[in-house]
Design a protein around this ligand. Structure first.
Ligand SMILES: Cc1ncc(COP(=O)(O)O)c(C=O)c1O
Length: 377
């Protein structure tokens, strides 16, 4: 495993983002280590191998470098997975067993809800949804047999910010896992607030260029880390070396990108708050995620030029989507259902003035006729 530099803890977040997990290659001195595109490692004698490198599902140096970097930025030890959902599954698997109870936020990424509701519940995991901004309600929902409180902050798609320390104070016997995908460690470090796990879809801001799918779970507990590593190998949902390299490269500009995303979002929010039909405009004040409601949501999403109509978020380019018809179909009809007129924006790092102009023309040109066409697509 790549060793953490003990001096790195003293550096600012920006400096750590640039350097985390990167040690020049010992063979040739390449500043960026090689991508170890291998499935196995030669052994001089049976059972003798360097570190834990016997087979690439178990360990890979490119993956280890990324894990060291992610651990360093969140303040724990990282274990990477082939997707954010695979990382979530690993946290659920090691925290819960048949008959346990989990608490979820009342609005959350649809895939997380589906994992609990349609997969884990078949293996005997019970859950309750609660608005986690209401800490008294959360306290009433946490039971003696609650093993895991799953937090998203900000939530997807309604962008509620949750008081993570307040949740930790009401955990009883439960572990607390925070999906930090929307905030990123540039804005929020849940392990420092008392959480047991941080989870990311590295597909989003951490890689930052919409060219890779990946996930990570990070913890500061040695025991939980060992369990995550065990599940990573035993289930085998591991990321490939090239994907690890891409996420690691993205991390090096995370601090700059997050500032630029926030600048774009701030400009867009100013426009939306001045538009007569746009209401319930939400932005937590950091990051690039904005949501708002509009009676012609589908039409507007089909009319933007720079905001691409697509699922996902967190890349350098701006995206627009209608969660009810796209990312959140799996919560339809449940207590976590989202309004049909909700639009979610992932504001990219283009010139904010161009993004504002694009939204302005889409909001101005929307018509009931186009709305009908958008629904038929
Ligand atoms: C907040 C959040 N968590 C987790 C995930 C799942 O990540 P992945 O798509 O990498 O499996 C997503 C995906 O959109 C997400 O938005």
């Amino acid at each position: 495993m790549t060793e953490l530099d003990p001096d790195a803890r003293r550096d600012s977040f920006a400096t750590r983002a640039v350097h985390a997990g990167l040690t020049p290659d010992p063979s040739f001195g390449s500043v960026i280590p090689a991508i170890h595109q291998t499935s196995t490692y030669a052994q001089p004698r049976p059972g003798e191998f360097a570190g834990d490198y016997d087979y690439a599902r178990s360990a890979n140096p490119t993956r280890a470098a990324l894990e060291a970097a992610l651990g360093e930025l969140e303040g724990g030890r990282g274990v990477t997975f082939a997707s954010g959902l695979a990382a979530e599954h690993a946290v659920l698997t090691i925290s819960c067993e048949a008959g346990s109870h989990a608490v979820l936020p009342a609005d959350l990424y649809g895939g997380t809800y589906r994992l609990l509701d349609e997969v884990m519940s078949r293996w005997g995991l019970a859950y309750d949804l609660v608005d986690q901004t209401d800490l008294a309600a959360l306290e009433r929902t946490v039971r003696d047999d609650t093993r895991l409180i799953w937090v998203e902050s900000p939530t997807n798609p309604l962008l509620h910010v949750v008081d993570i320390e307040g949740v930790v104070a009401r955990r009883r016997h439960a572990l607390v896992a925070v999906d930090n995908t929307f905030a990123t460690p540039a804005n929020q470090r849940p392990l420092e607030l008392g959480a047991d796990f941080v989870v990311h879809s590295t597909t989003k801001y951490l890689s930052g260029h919409s060219d890779v799918v990946g996930g990570v779970a990070i913890t500061h507990s040695d025991d939980l880390y060992a369990l995550l590593r065990f599940v990573q190998n035993a289930i085998g949902a591991v990321p490939g070396p090239l994907d690890c390299f891409l996420v690691h490269r993205g991390l090096r500009t995370l601090h700059l990108r997050m500032e630029a995303h926030a600048r774009s979002a701030g400009a867009v929010v100013e426009l939306l708050r001045a538009m007569p039909d746009a209401h319930d405009v939400r932005w937590p004040g950091f990051s690039g995620m904005v949501s708002f409601r509009h009676p012609r949501a589908g039409d507007i999403a089909a009319r933007t030029r720079l905001f691409t109509l697509a699922e996902s978020l967190g890349g350098v380019e701006s995206l627009i989507e209608v969660p009810q018809a796209m990312t959140h179909q799996s919560v339809e009809g449940s207590a976590a259902a989202v309004p049909a007129d909700l639009i979610r924006l992932s504001c990219g790092i283009e010139d904010p003035a161009d993004l504002v102009a694009d939204l302005e023309q889409a909001l101005a040109s929307s018509s009931p006729e186009l709305e009908l066409q958008a629904h038929r697509r």
